[in-house]
Design a protein around this ligand. Structure first.
Ligand code: ADE
Length: 413
């Protein structure tokens, strides 16, 4: 590994625009450690134009790590730079690559306040609110409403917006700080409720889709400009407390993961290690897919054969991926099914009591699949089974998954 970052041309180019001066970065406590390296909290000066200091997460390899770890981090950096911005993908903010030949590489990404959803679910499972009606087996949305009210009462009298999904937008005060008023209702394309405060629910028609995660600016008939931010959730943070997790949150997270994966697919990237441990939770119930250490750009070839020295997440892998190490977007869909199982079991280890070995593989080939986890609806379990179809082509696409799970959320409106 005497090569500089530009020379490690096995993958994508690295654009110097990402280079961040290491002197403007202050490292803090360790947030996590994986097979490849360490992630620390950090403070970065001037990394975002809109604020002086930004709390960030910084990924680096361990000092005594093997060269393969360094290559994985270089690859991750290039994949993230290639991916671009999406609300449900952990975004790259910058990198310090000056001393990459001396095994010093810092990859600076967004900081996600609540860490990975596996640990978050595990820590908070005792307070979980099961919204499934024990008689009908269907979701009881009223339980969710009670729970939302509870969350809002924590948020005192502040009116918070309810964001359900794509057609709903989060409204913010316009730049001259005047508050939204119900006058905005006069705009045929924009209706809002609860607009007395700085947030409100809006309904846009026609539907506007946005994959960038950027804010919209819409001018209402009242003449004031309104910033619309894409949201996929409805549970606002208040003083860092988001209240107990409920079934609807699990569906909202699943929906966002499907959206993020749909975006990865559109950028011709396969993840290769999709699992609850690689999904981060941040403000406002937003989740972000992270850890692109095993990710591959599949622009020229829609499959990728993992090298034989690469340690693999067997329990998240599709049958064909275990058999011959061939990964594809369809094997990511299988892993998405396992993520659903992790979510709706509140972070249990998949295939409880079983080892990740040849016997597991043999049973999968025979047609064995995990039972429904305790907190899944029949509809959700059906989605898991579809993701675990033997034939990769029989599995749903991430677009279909995003739509199907979106419909489940719509039922609750
Ligand atoms: N752990 C690993 N990556 C993280 C991130 N970006 N934010 C918070 N915790 C993390």
């Amino acid at each position: 590994s005497e090569l500089g970052i530009e020379d490690q041309a096995e993958l994508l180019p690295y654009d110097r625009k990402w280079e961040f001066p290491i002197t403007n970065l202050k490292l803090g406590k360790q947030l996590g450690a994986g097979a490849f390296g360490v992630v620390c909290k950090g403070q970065a000066k001037g990394i975002k134009p809109e604020e002086e200091i930004t709390t960030v997460a910084v990924k680096m390899v361990k000092r005594n790590a093997e060269d393969s770890c360094m290559r994985a981090l270089v690859s991750e950096l290039k994949i993230m730079a290639h991916l671009g911005k999406h609300l449900n993908v952990l975004n790259l903010l910058g990198a310090c690559t000056k001393n990459v030949t001396k095994k010093e590489l810092l990859v600076i990404v967004e900081y996600c306040k609540y860490g990975n959803i596996h640990n978050y679910l595990y820590r908070n499972r005792k307070d979980f609110i099961n919204q499934i009606d024990p008689v009908t087996g269907n979701l009881d949305w009223n339980i969710g409403i009670e729970k939302l009210e509870r969350t809002l009462s924590i948020a005192s009298s502040k009116s918070c917006s309810q964001m359900k999904y794509a057609e709903h937008f989060y409204l913010r005060k316009d730049s001259n700080r005047s508050l939204l008023t119900n006058n905005d209702k006069r705009n045929d394309n924009l209706s809002c409720t609860g607009a007395q405060t700085d947030t409100a629910e809006v309904n846009m028609s026609p539907k506007v889709e946005d994959d960038t995660g950027d804010d919209y600016v819409v001018t209402s008939s009242a003449g004031s400009s309104i910033h619309l931010e894409w949201r996929t959730n409805y549970k606002p943070d208040y003083k860092g407390s988001v209240g107990p997790i409920c079934t609807e949150d699990l569906i909202i997270w699943a929906f966002q993961v499907a959206r993020g994966m749909e975006y990865l697919t559109s950028r011709k990237v396969l993840h290769g290690d999709l699992a609850a441990r690689n999904i981060l939770l941040t403000y406002d119930n937003v989740v972000k897919i992270c850890d692109f250490g095993l990710a591959k750009n599949i622009y020229h070839n829609d499959q990728y054969k993992m090298k034989s020295n690469c340690p693999l997440p067997i329990k998240w892998m599709a049958i064909e991926a275990i058999r011959d190490r061939v990964f594809s977007t369809q094997s990511d869909v299988w892993a998405f099914g396992i993520v659903l199982w992790e979510l709706f079991s509140l972070a249990r280890m998949p295939y409880p009591g079983m080892q990740a070995d040849e016997r597991l593989y043999a049973r999968l080939v025979e047609g064995y699949r995990m039972e429904s986890p305790e907190y899944a609806t029949q509809e959700i379990y059906k989605v898991m089974l579809d993701c675990w179809s033997l034939n990769p082509l029989d599995r749903p696409s991430f677009t279909e998954l995003h739509q199907k799970i979106g419909c489940m959320l719509e039922e609750g409106i």
